[in-house]
Design a protein around this ligand. Structure first.
Ligand SMILES: [Zn+2]
Length: 347
């Protein structure tokens, strides 16, 4: 059972938490009204929250109202989203009410790091204050993930659309809104879907806004402070991990701009699933699937070489080899690589 402080934090009361959105989930399709579609924004977020809080073998536990407050999703949408997530085997119910366990997503998969305060901040555009939409938060977080260590990220709207769960028109629309709010500045032919442009993120505005939101939400008692310390620890590791994964992610995005690599990669992944099935149910044709996968792997290798990249470039390089920058050792204990001072520092 969680203590109240953790519960408070988990409920998102401090707005200083974050959610990990696995890239694989953004590519997932589900059946809705008899048609194959990408997960809707609410389902993606609910599923990612379950994944984020199912870490280290714990089950996540969320009431509808917590999800509603945390991500500003209406209760009706929360309820629909949970239905979609359960029906499509992305999570299963735990023993207790509101308990969910993430399914089929590996702990170390690359993910997009989203700071939760973004769902609670209002920004001004053309004299009107408004919240960011779920899509805008995704696009903005994607750009933020690349702009941690350098000033601008060079890419294309089409490239962004390939990684996020919607088309380039939505990306262009979101970027236009983010530009109007002063959050993003684009250098170069951004409207051209194919051509690369330089995307700058307004870190100053983001930092000021984060502080405002977190300070406003911050409770006055010790429970909240404990929750904050825990959130700060998680944030520390998430940022560390993000630094490692975003470089790998950028390399991957670059590789995916090569159509032949992208085709081979999709083929490889879909074969992964079919091979798994064939193995599990002893279906015929397993050898043929394995042979096809080897060919796809060879094409990937060849394209990477042509682009001056290696498979290692696509993998994250972590600072702490003991915990892979998760903060947790494989046995579930806390890793000792957390800088002590940081734990006492106020955020
Ligand atoms: Zn460590």
């Amino acid at each position: 059972m969680m203590n109240t402080a953790e519960k408070l934090n988990r409920a998102g009361g401090s707005h200083s938490g974050f959610v990990r959105v696995p890239y694989s989930l953004m590519g997932r399709t589900v059946m809705r009204n008899g048609r194959e579609r990408k997960l809707c924004g609410a389902a993606l977020l609910v599923c990612s929250a379950i994944f984020s809080f199912s870490a280290d073998g714990h089950k996540s536990d969320f009431t509808y109202s917590e999800l509603n407050k945390r991500y500003r999703i209406s209760r009706a949408s929360v309820s629909r989203a949970i239905r979609v997530v359960l029906d499509n085997d992305l999570a299963e119910r735990g023993d207790n009410v509101h308990e969910y366990q993430s399914k089929g997503i590996k702990e170390d998969e690359p993910y997009l790091y989203i700071e939760e305060w973004l769902y609670h901040a209002q920004f001004e555009a053309d004299g009107v204050l408004r919240y960011l939409t779920k899509n805008e938060v995704l696009v903005l977080s994607y750009l933020i993930s690349f702009s941690k260590n350098k000033k601008a990220w060079s890419g294309s709207c089409r490239g962004i659309a390939r990684r996020l769960p919607f088309g380039k028109d939505t990306v262009i629309k979101s970027i236009d809104r983010l530009k109007a709010m002063g959050l993003v500045y684009v250098e170069g032919a951004a409207r051209n879907n194919y051509q690369r442009a330089k995307f700058h993120v307004n870190g100053k505005l983001l930092r000021a806004k984060r502080e405002e939101i977190v300070r406003r939400a911050k409770g006055k008692d010790e429970r909240t402070r404990n929750a904050d310390a825990r959130a700060e620890r998680e944030r520390f590791y998430a940022l560390r991990r993000n630094a490692a994964t975003s470089r790998a992610e950028e390399m991957r995005a670059r590789a995916m701009e090569d159509a032949r690599f992208a085709d081979a990669e999709r083929e490889y992944r879909s074969l992964d699933i079919r091979i798994g099935k064939a193995e599990a149910f002893s279906l015929p044709g397993l050898q043929e699937l394995i042979r096809k996968q080897k060919i796809a792997a060879a094409v990937k290798a060849e394209r990477l070489t042509a682009m001056n990249m290696t498979f290692e470039d696509l993998e994250p390089k972590y600072i702490c080899p003991k915990c892979s920058d998760t903060g947790y050792l494989p046995d579930g204990h806390l890793c000792d690589c957390y800088p002590e001072k940081r734990g006492r520092r106020r955020t």
